[in-house]
Design a protein around this ligand. Sequence first.
Ligand SMILES: NC(=O)c1ccc[n+]([C@@H]2O[C@H](COP(=O)([O-])OP(=O)(O)OC[C@H]3O[C@@H](n4cnc5c(N)ncnc54)[C@H](OP(=O)(O)O)[C@@H]3O)[C@@H](O)[C@H]2O)c1
Length: 273
Amino acid sequence: MLYKNITFIGAGNMTSAIIRGLIADGYPSDKIMATNPSQAKLDILIADCDICTSNSNDDGIAFGDVIILAVKPQLMSKVCAAFKSKERLSNKCFVSIAAGIPTDRLSEMLNGVKNIVRVMPNTPSAIGQGMSGVYAHDVVAQENVQFVLDIMRKVGDTVLVDNEDHINTVIAAAGSSPAYFFLIAEAMQAEAINMGLNKAQARKLVQQAMFGSAKMLKENEDLEPSQLRANVTSKGGTTHQAVLSLQNDNIEQTFARAMQAAVARANEMSKEF
Ligand SMILES: NC(=O)c1ccc[n+]([C@@H]2O[C@H](COP(=O)([O-])OP(=O)(O)OC[C@H]3O[C@@H](n4cnc5c(N)ncnc54)[C@H](OP(=O)(O)O)[C@@H]3O)[C@@H](O)[C@H]2O)c1
């Protein structure tokens, strides 16, 4: 991998996760800078990762070949407007990890720069098990797209989409979905406790069953999820009864509606910022 200078504008949770992944993989720490208005998060990154830091975003712009915009979506416009040297922006590759801001809008914020990649990561990135969707406009050099994919693979896996609308589907399927799985865990744990187990027992049973199922899915990519389900569902058995109950409650439509709600919100957000 070519070691370009990478700047993270905003040193919050997602920045910290990606930087830790890069450092763990041997990326040179003197090729990484993070900027943040307050010092405390930078101090932690200096202590843990020995990277370059600054309280000035303009230092970050001067340093980076690749600039990762990692501030909250509602701050993006203000942060970009404050970059001082607008001419310098055109030599950079910008990466936005903010939900709901399309590349056209980002380009307006960045003085017309088109060299923009959108990445939608998720929180398991913090433990190296993230899933990121990546979209790049045709004008972005293949070398830059590959570099961004390589960075995100340090904290998990990636899917490249060729239509920007699909980034919102990425949000529904992977960006937001850890919360769906946590909700399922919450509900199952509560019922196991209701049935008489203690909290520690309930937690262990549910989390390991979820982890094992996820691992089976991942390690059997040639098998459809429906086949894996059929393999553990003998007709007339306990699993069959439970799955029938979920299907009678329209579990498929429930998830479809939830994912559509996530996409609808992402579409709304694209008009807000
Ligand atoms: N976390 C996720 O699961 C996730 C998933 C996908 C995408 N994202 C996106 O990733 C972005 C960052 O999310 P996050 O969870 O890492 O948020 P976060 O922890 O709140 O981090 C944002 C950081 O931006 C800093 N900041 C505020 N104003 C700034 C400025 N003018 N210049 C530079 N930095 C500034 C904040 O500093 P202070 O705290 O000192 O104000 C904070 O450290 C968001 O756009 C979010 O939508 C997050």
